[in-house]
Write a protein that binds this ligand. Sequence first.
Ligand code: XMP
Length: 430
Amino acid sequence: MKQDLIVILDLGSTQNTVIAREIRELGVYSEIHPHDITANELKSFDNLKGIILNGGENRVVNGQEVEICPDLYDLGCPMISIDYPQSKCESKFSTLPTQEELKNFILKECNAEANWNMKNFIEDQVERIRQQVGDKKVLLALSGGVDSSVVAAMLIKAIGQQLVCVHVNHGLMRKNESESVVKVFRDELHANLIYVDASERFLGKLEGVSDPEQKRKIIGSEFIRVFEEEARKLEGIDFLGQGTIYPDIIESGTKTAKMVKSHHNVGGLPEDLKFELVEPLKQLFKDEVRACGVELGLPHDMVYRQPFPGPGLGVRCLGAITRDRLEAVRESDAILREEFAKTGLDKKVWQYFTVVPDFKSVGMKNHARVFEYMVIIRAINTVDAMTASIEKVDWDVLERITERILTEVSNVNRVCYDMSPKPPATIEFE
Ligand code: XMP
């Protein structure tokens, strides 16, 4: 291990991530683990410098107080407890420790070295992956999103050709997105990449389906089916790589915290396709994942891209998807992104995209009446996507985008700007 480690044991605190981040800000690597981790498991972390028993309001599960394994006290490792009255630690805090107290514990009592940086993190993870995987193969669904791209780059560094990436193009990707995944991973990083163009298959399944939830379900389940078919064609795969990051674990529920939403990247794979998971990013926060991607040499655009929903442009081509409107969403989105990049708005605005509703309006082109679609532009800012405010885009920029959309995108005669905050509107339209 390159870096010293402080372990936070989750005994029902809602502050685990706050403490983990505070410790990382001191330059020391920290990991959060469930309360029932065993002394032997902890002993396997060779640079373990200290343990924080982190109790809190969720300490009672099903009427029972959660406890740590008693032999953890015999590890001889410096320990403090927070909001965990029955702990046998000498240092007990009934409120969060102050920054100074935490710093004192980490740097003085634990004598931890401030050697947490992405270079060391990557070296440690590469070592862990090699130990876990040996000479076996790992399969990875590579969507081209930030998390799967970073995990792919990490696995390529660790095990090279033992990694098999599958990129499924569901036909709802943004302009040139699949091409860029192939270019970066196959041509530049020399990954073993299987590209599956399943566009026709997805569009066929979605034909005539207008209910948003139904559309999402079809896209999600079809994705798993295509991935499963590819997995079955391959032989000798024992592991599945996953771009799980720390917020996914929290949202899916821990042993003490309730589920917010399920993360089902692989949940849908059939029972007989059994893989052991390789999840090298699962202790990282989103900004750290991006920093890791940069350190691994991924292009800036790929690592700092804005959030993009799994069902892709499918939820921005409103109602039943038609090819002409899907093309209008794809082309107008490309124009919007190009123009935002020219003015630097791409670095300022959290999320921006276009949608095309499923109705037409009257207009006039070349002195003749036309009956065509409308493009709606949406640009929002948010911290956590729970609430959002609109970006007050400069009028000149909006005019230029509008002019380009009206001249370059077929079947469109009208452009609108969405002024609605969240709530009451959501960020996406479907
Ligand atoms: P809403 O529309 O709920 O969106 O305000 C909040 C954020 O989540 C993104 N989003 C998704 N991301 N799969 C994803 O990975 C999805 O199905 C999905 N639906 C919405 C949305 O783009 C916004 O950033």
